[in-house]
Design a protein around this ligand. Sequence first.
Ligand SMILES: Cc1ncc(COP(=O)(O)O)c(C=O)c1O
Length: 427
Amino acid sequence: MWLDIVAVAVSYYKGHMASTDTNLTSKDSSKAAAKAAQDTWGDDTLAIRCGFERSHYGEHGEPIMTTSSYVFQSAAEAAARFGGQSDGPIYSRFTNPTVQIFEQRLAAMEGAEACIGTASGMAATTTLLLGTLQQGDEIVATRNMFGSTVNLFKNFLPRYGITVHWADGLDVNSWAPLVSSKTKLLYIETPTNPLTQLADIRVFADLAHAHGAQLVVDNCFCTPALQKPMEHGADVVVHSATKYLDGQGRCVGGAVAGSAELIDRLTAFMRSAGPCMSPFNAWVFIKGLETLSLRMQRHSESAEKLASWLDNHPKVSHVYYPGLDSHPDKALAARQQKSFGGILSIDIIGARESAWRCIDAVKLCSITGNLGDARTTITHPATTTHGRITAEDREASGIGEGLVRLAVGLEDVADIQADLEQALSHT
Ligand SMILES: Cc1ncc(COP(=O)(O)O)c(C=O)c1O
């Protein structure tokens, strides 16, 4: 029995390539099957079936492989496996079959050749940066990103001799002069957290490629269900799986998707550095991917309704949501995304005092920093998710004291609206 399970695990290991639930026995057939699946299956089928190969039990659902290491038949087999002369799992820091189902499935959904799961979204970014960059390299980014990403770039990368050039928001004209032959990566979020600003991925990809650099897109807010950055020219996609990929606020995890060559390099980094995803978390994310598209549609529909209502609310001075006519990039969002997403932010009249009063008064919404949950969450970015960046950086990126971010959940939209209505009456 165990030999069979190990045999299944071996076939998963084949080069991190997206595979299907057909019986695959070699790296080449795995690649071919993955390509065939990506070419023939629709997105929803890939999200539900890609990457899973049944064991002889014929289990319908994906198993959780909770093992730290794998047993070899002989010392020679162990040596061949460790030496890379034969394929197969070695140790779950870098080869776990359940994690690999998640990786193969997400790769297929993003239209990437390969993917690597990580311990968190920040671990995904760190793995990408430390696994590819070296002293003297440069990257270009903007402060209009998740606070911890700004902090990682600002406080830690310079210690390793990596220079970060800070562009002005997502205006590509302010990026162009900062890109040079030393630039290895351009790094963007679109839409951004928390102001839902958009970048035209194609334009940024062209700028990166003109200088031999690569474009990295944090696709956390949209997920591949709403936006596939690689179809617009991006080279690398990073994810916080903690958010919509999970979808119910249970586990922390992340992923990097890109070329097979990139993921091989990151796997080598993972093997030495170890910021890996746990198999249990991978299983939760696999289940999340199966319903991702349906959930994203509903998150978007509800957010759109709430954004329109809040746009006319007397206590709200501005609503940031790509689906509103007032959003400067509505046309770009309509072109680049399948729908407008589940996150919106509002400026509440009366600055921090009013924003906190509103947050303190919610009865249904959860006061928490996470997003992408089935439950609607509400937070004050200036003192939570973006509280550790400098006041100057917050101001430069437009995060004011009256700003409140809502990650619209899957509850009845009328109930969310009623809760916000009564909460706003306290401001
Ligand atoms: C856009 C974005 N990227 C990355 C992250 C980091 O993800 P994690 O919390 O899984 O490390 C977050 C977390 O909120 C985020 O909002």
